[in-house]
Ligand binder design. Sequence first.
Ligand SMILES: Cc1cc2nc3c(=O)[nH]c(=O)nc-3n(C[C@H](O)[C@H](O)[C@H](O)COP(=O)(O)O)c2cc1C
Length: 173
Amino acid sequence: MNRPRILVVYTSRSGNTEALARALAEGAAEAGNRNVEVVVKKARDVSRQDVEEACALAFGSPTYYSYMSGELKALFDDALLYKDSFYSKPTVAFATGNGGQSKCVESIEAILELFEAMLIQKSDILSPGLAVQGNPDEGALRQAKAVGRKLGEAGVEYACRKGSEGIIVGKGK
Ligand SMILES: Cc1cc2nc3c(=O)[nH]c(=O)nc-3n(C[C@H](O)[C@H](O)[C@H](O)COP(=O)(O)O)c2cc1C
C-alpha cells in the first residue's frame, strides 16, 4: 500500500518562501508516525498527477504586487481542468513578503476555496496564518513546521477516509 503523500508546492527567487516550504515539509514528514511521503516541488514542475496523487497540499508564494507569483497562478489556471482533485482535500496556503504577505495568502486561499478544497487553517485579520515578513526567523520556521505537521495528519486522515491504495481521486469518485 502506498504511503499517504503530502505535496508542498512553492515558488521562490531569493529563498524566503523556499525556507518556509522546507520547514512545512519537515513538519509534514512527522505525521502518521512518519509513515508518509512528502514531496516538495516548485510550482512550474508540478503536474496534474502530482496533485491527484497527493492526499494533502500546501501552496506557497512570495508576494508580488499584493498577489501570488505568476508561476503559482499559472498552475492554478491549468488546475481548473482538474479542480475536482482538490475537492475536500486538506490544504494550506503560505507566503512571504515585505508587508503585503497576508494578501498573497488570501489570494491563494480564495482559489483553494473555489476548488472546494478544505483549508486546515484559514487566515483572517485576527489569525493571519502562515504569512511571514522577509526571511523567516526561527519562530516562523517553527510555526511552519507545526502547520506542516497538522497538514500531514489531516492528509493521513483524508487517505484513510478514502480507503485509498494508490491514486487518490477527487469529487464523486
Ligand atoms: C516583482 C516583485 C514584486 C513584489 N511585490 C510585493 C508586494 O506587493 N508586497 C510585498 O509585501 N512584497 C512584495 N515583494 C517582496 C517579496 O514578496 C519578498 O521579498 C519575498 O519574501 C520574496 O520571496 P522569495 O525569497 O521566496 O523569492 C515583491 C518582490 C518582487 C521581486
